[in-house]
Design a binder for this molecule. Structure first.
Ligand code: AMP
Length: 402
């Protein structure tokens, strides 16, 4: 038995979940938010209790100290050295990492070299890692990469049709994202495959960020996000795929720089930009019900982009046995699941049970397709932290990781 901490450090936040492994019991979890502010928020959940404090948290080191002190004060651990290993989520692993790795100097340097590909994330992950390393120098550290699962893609699935020299010189290619989630979903999804199926899965991780993956025998063949998480389907505030000339045309027409327009594509597009209402799917659904014309078109565009990828991946996989819905919208918005599945009825003979679909919300898992449906459809709440904890524990226990 060993206590393993899964860590997700953002630029101004630090999320944590402490597990007893290998039983996978969650001992405590929480988050420090607004790091760098005088009114930062520290929340820790333990034994059905939630403790929230508002206080200054100058930097990630202060957040880590606060967390470790809270673990002792609340008698969650007797000694912080009970935390044998830490698993850190890393958004961008580039071409270097196709699985989780034990952290050493070379790994840190590679993650640092990838900062231009994920400026907001990789730098923050390294700051979080360093803060824990300073506080717990004897613990093992493991990095788990969002991109690792997608490293099995073939060249024709990850290359962009730009001059080849540029692809190679700058490693400019599709890396995808949400890989830890897609891997988890494909693994959990195995129990919903019919006997004798060809194990072809389309996983739909649809939250404020969204991506779809085509997965065969638990290996990723294709994924919708690209060089960065801006590509693929339409999202809360992100465009998803665009004709590249949109950038040049709008910059000229609006007299804006590429980086200003890039911000607009990242932060002011998607549900928010098209509807003018909100980036939150719940507000979009409400506005659709009130007849708001821009919300109606945002809603249709969102569904269309997802259907386009499902169609693409149906062909890529040579058929599909299981479609999985996950993340904020996929796990909770029965409205979108119903609309997407309804649109797949004629082409893929997908039939869902409307009652099951309505019931499958807030963390519930199960099939929503009927026995007659040619394709199984499941809702599976994703769990990236457990994947991080499993890989970290595997290294700690000296086992091979999957
Ligand atoms: P995530 O990024 O995975 O946390 O997902 C956030 C998205 O999930 C937001 O667009 C939320 O509106 C959406 N979401 C969460 N709960 C619901 C719900 N009950 N109905 C519709 N959308 C939801």
């Amino acid at each position: 038995m060993a206590k393993i901490m899964a860590v997700n450090a953002g630029s101004s936040s630090l999320k944590f979940k402490l597990y007893e492994m290998p039983s996978e019991e969650v001992i405590t979890s929480g988050i420090a938010e607004r790091i760098g502010h005088d009114d930062a928020i520290f929340t820790i959940k333990y034994q059905n209790e939630k403790d929230t404090k508002i206080l200054p948290i100058k930097n990630h080191s202060v957040a880590v100290d606060l967390l470790l002190k809270a673990l002792i004060e609340k008698e969650i651990v007797k000694d912080i050295h009970e935390i044998k290993a830490l698993g850190h989520r890393i958004v961008q692993g580039g071409k270097y990492f196709s699985q989780s790795v034990i952290v050493n100097e070379d790994v840190v340097n590679k993650v640092r070299s990838l900062i231009p590909l994920a400026p907001l994330h990789n730098e923050a992950h390294l700051i979080g890692y360093q803060a824990f390393k300073d506080a717990l120098p004897e613990s093992l550290n493991v990095f788990t990469f969002d991109t690792a699962f997608h490293q099995t893609m073939a060249e024709e699935d990850y290359l962009f049709p730009i001059p080849y020299e540029l692809s190679i010189k700058y490693d400019c290619r599709r890396y995808g994202a949400h890989g830890t989630s897609h891997k988890y979903l494909a693994h959990e999804g195995q129990k919903y495959l019919k006997k004798g199926s060809l194990n072809r899965i389309i996983s739909c991780h649809i939250g404020s960020g969204a991506s779809l993956s085509a997965i065969k025998n638990e290996k990723c063949l294709a994924t919708s996000m690209g060089l960065t998480p801006l590509g693929g389907v339409m999202m809360g505030t992100r465009t998803g795929d665009l004709d590249p000339s949109v950038m040049d045309y709008l910059c000229r027409m609006e007299n804006k720089s590429v980086s200003e327009m890039y911000q607009i594509f990242n932060k002011q597009s998607g549900f928010l930009g098209v509807s003018g209402v909100s980036n939150d799917s719940r507000d979009i659904i409400d506005a659709v019900n009130q007849g708001n014309p821009r919300a109606i078109i945002a809603d249709k565009l969102f569904i269309r982009r997802i259907l386009d990828y499902i169609g693409q991946y149906y062909v890529r996989l040579g058929g599909v046995d299981l479609i999985i819905f996950s993340a904020g919208i996929g796990e909770n918005a029965s409205y979108y699941r119903q609309k997407i599945c309804e649109a797949l009825k004629d082409s893929l003979s997908v039939i869902i049970d409307n009652n099951k679909n309505e019931e499958m919300i807030r963390g519930k898992e199960g099939l929503i397709s009927t026995n007659e449906s040619k394709v199984q459809v499941a809702v599976i709440p994703t769990d990236e932290e457990i994947m991080i904890a499993r890989d970290t524990y595997a290294y700690f226990a000296n086992k091979n990781i999957e």
